[in-house]
Design a protein around this ligand. Structure first.
Ligand code: ACO
Ligand code: OAA
Length: 468
């Protein structure tokens, strides 16, 4: 969104807010506002009808031809999945249920005194397509705090991991082990009817999200020797509690950063490696813990979520090699050396985006507000001015612009969270919101087992052998 469009949004904020924050409707069974589960129960029958009507009208229509290069080329552009939480436009970037990041920043409820959106509100938006009230978001914070404790054996698994085991591997182990108490797995064994799958999937998804701060905090304490883990405070929001567990709870700008970070990393439509993995594994009716642990293993790859760790390592190596206030010439040489060494420039390029990632822009705006003079932030800005031209000149990357990972580590480093091997864990806490929202809907709408067709090279050659 342009600067003028953003300022327009800001000036019309009171009327947007009035429309977006209706007085909380009360639940029919208590004086509490309607809960997320109650709202979902109302929405599911309507969405079942909507999908039925969409399939009746459009089910036999084609998106156009599939070409052989798409099979060899990582399925770029292949229409293959339904994903309702967000849609990615190559030029504009992500929209969560139709809303851009600046719109979410304006519309979603904030913490008292805060200015960044609460990720609780984003989760509500991803699940329902609606902006929640302040009370509904506060109720989600309380609900997640109440569900946050880990089973003792999961704590023990984490405590027994060697500190040399990458934090993402520890994260995935712990999430896999949560399957021990899965409501869905139990209900399935007890013979639950297909039409009721969404209920225990919802409960598991809520438990999963709720327990992630304790998992992340425990890994951080164990690996980086930060002493005893504090307790979750049920009166605080999710990001505040996560920050406390990492030792930054009394640093309000860091807590605000977490709120922004968890909001913008949550979802990036369905085809990215982590989201698609979660959906694929969930389609076998593996419970949300198993599905999300698989997603985390994908997020842990350096071309995907681990890139935020790689960016910081790359920046630190650069500083060690050419100094802290290096000239543009020296930085350019370092970038070229990376490319000539057959490596990628981490944090740049994207499989779908063809412009600067709006998540990068949101983080840059946060930095301009909170840490304009930070040296690493300035280096990130310097690199932004140099890398795109170099990637264009190198002539391979389809998108020379920065993605979300080019910026996040520098913000965390500024506040003292300097352990880059931990960064993807925070990404993994956030991505659970998007994957869980879709898992709930997949089970509510009866999404089938995923099983696309594969071909061998020999089969492809044979198929076209007598065709010009
Ligand atoms: C949260 C996220 O997952 S965002 C992405 C995080 N990942 C990174 O930042 C890692 C660096 N970037 C990349 O490796 C890529 O841009 C990816 C993986 C993100 C996208 O990959 P693709 O869709 O295949 O990109 P694209 O079609 O532009 O690739 C064409 C060529 O350009 C290269 N290229 C793309 N981006 C870069 C880059 N940043 N640096 C160097 N080369 C690049 C590719 O490696 C590929 O080379 P090849 O033909 O020798 O195989
Ligand atoms: O969309 C993608 O392929 C990668 C990405 O940026 C994300 O998952 O956040």
């Amino acid at each position: 969104m342009s600067v003028s469009a953003r300022s327009l949004l800001a000036s019309s904020r009171p009327s947007i807010l009035r429309a977006a924050f209706p007085a909380a409707r009360l639940s029919s069974t208590s004086a509490k506002p309607v809960s997320l589960k109650e709202r979902l129960a109302e929405l599911i029958p309507k969405e079942l009808e909507n999908v039925k009507a969409t399939r009746a009208e459009h089910g036999k229509k084609s998106f156009g031809p599939v070409i052989v290069d798409q099979l060899y080329g990582g399925m770029r552009g292949l229409p293959a999945l339904i994903w309702d939480g967000s849609v990615l436009d190559a030029e504009e970037g992500i929209r969560f249920r139709g809303k851009t990041i600046p719109e979410c920043q304006a519309l979603l409820p904030k913490a008292p005194g805060g200015s960044e959106p609460l990720p609780e509100g984003l989760f509500w938006l991803l699940v329902t397509g609606e902006i929640p009230t302040q009370e509904q978001v506060a109720e989600l914070s309380r609900d997640w705090a109440a569900r946050s404790a880990l089973p003792e054996f999961v704590e023990e698994i984490l405590d027994r991991c060697p500190p040399t085991l990458h934090p993402m591997s520890q994260f995935s182990l712990a999430v896999t082990a949560l399957n021990h108490n899965s409501a869905f797995a139990k209900a399935y064994q007890d013979g639950i009817s297909k039409k009721d799958y969404w209920g225990p999937t919802f409960e598991d998804s809520m438990d999963l999200i709720a327990k992630l701060p304790n998992i992340a905090g425990r890994i951080y304490c164990n690996v980086f020797g930060k002493g005893k883990l504090p307790a979750i405070d049920p009166s605080k929001d999710y990001s505040h509690n996560l920050s406390t567990l990492l030792g930054f709870g009394d640093n309000e700008p860091f807590v605000e950063l977490m709120r922004l970070y968890l909001t913008i990393h949550s979802d990036h439509e369905g085809g990215n490696v982590s989201a698609h993995t979660g959906k694929l594994v969930g389609s076998a009716l593996s419970d949300p813990f198993l599905a999300y642990a698989a997603a985390l293993n994908g997020l842990a790859g350096p071309l995907h979520g681990l890139a935020n760790q790689e960016v910081l390592i790359w920046l630190r190596k650069m500083q060690a090699q050419i100094g802290e206030d290096a000239s543009d010439e020296a930085v350019k040489e370092y970038i070229w050396a990376t490319l000539k060494g057959g490596q990628v420039v981490p944090g740049y390029g994207h499989a779908v985006l063809r412009k600067t990632d709006p998540r990068y822009t949101a983080q840059r705006e946060f930095a301009l507000k909170h840490l304009p003079d930070d040296k690493m932030f300035k280096l990130v800005g310097q690199i932004y001015n140099l890398v795109p031209d170099i990637l264009l000149e190198a002539g391979k990357a389809k998108n020379p612009w920065p993605n979300v990972d080019a910026h996040s580590g520098v913000l965390l480093t500024h506040y003292g969270l300097t352990q880059m091997q931990f960064y993807t864990v925070l990404f993994g806490v956030s991505r659970a919101f998007g994957v869980a929202a879709q898992l709930i809907w997949d089970r509510a709408l009866g999404a089938p087992l995923e099983r696309p067709k594969s071909y061998s090279t020999a089969a492809i050659k044979k198929m076209f052998q007598n065709k010009a």
